[in-house]
Design a protein around this ligand. Structure first.
Ligand code: F6P
Length: 195
């Protein structure tokens, strides 16, 4: 059995302001998480010389992974957060106020709703296919540092959760989900590194 570690990036400045999308850097607690994550990964994977660290191409995941040393890092565009299109950079409040129809259609069918000039959850699930194929092929542990919507989709694949649940899966910050793929199926552990 070899572990796959899934984590969101450390809290970003946009997370603090409630803004979706963007490409902001980390908040102070987010920076602390990055150090704790590096510590955890170093201990957890200390005898795993061939492990690798996968991030998105967005600053917040790259910065979160930066204190981790001794493992190769790969950036995947396919691990970037759901593209919120015209809503990128807005808060949910602003969307509700300025684009009420968009807000309502997303609420009605969050899985299929596609942001104007952006993506839906179904789009994200589709673009993750090569990542999943590569994760399945790996023999060594992988640490995936990505984003809320993307990790919901990845997690659902390994935990065998139904499609319609994906947009609603809880995916908290500052928490590592460890997936163990063994002969007897998939096992899961969670490590909450901060309160
Ligand atoms: O708020 C953080 C974030 O990663 C946004 O960038 C993204 O749009 C959102 O979460 C995805 O979550 P939901 O699909 O619940 O809006």
């Amino acid at each position: 059995p070899r572990p796959i570690l899934l984590t969101r990036h450390g809290e970003s400045r946009d997370n603090v302001r409630g803004r979706i999308g963007g490409d902001s850097v980390l908040s102070d607690p987010g920076e602390i998480y990055a150090k704790k994550l590096a510590n955890f990964v170093e201990k957890r994977l200390k005898n795993e010389r061939t492990a690798s660290i996968w991030t998105s191409t967005l600053q917040r995941t790259i910065i979160t992974a930066s204190p981790i040393v001794g493992f190769p890092k790969i950036q995947w565009r396919a691990l970037d957060e759901i593209n919120a299109g015209v809503c990128d950079g807005m808060t949910y409040e602003e969307i509700k106020k300025n684009m009420p129809e968009e807000y309502e259609s997303r609420k009605k069918d969050k899985l299929r709703y596609r942001y104007p000039r952006g993506e839906s959850y179904l789009d994200v699930i589709q673009r993750l296919e090569p990542v999943i194929i590569e994760l399945e092929r790996q023999r060594a542990p992988v640490v995936v540092v990505s984003h809320q919507a993307v990790l919901r989709a990845l997690y659902a694949y390994f935990a065998d959760r139904p499609l319609k649940e994906i947009p609603h899966i809880e995916m908290p910050l500052h928490t590592i989900i460890e997936i163990q793929m063994g002969v007897s199926g998939v096992q899961e552990k969670r490590y909450k590194l901060m309160d």
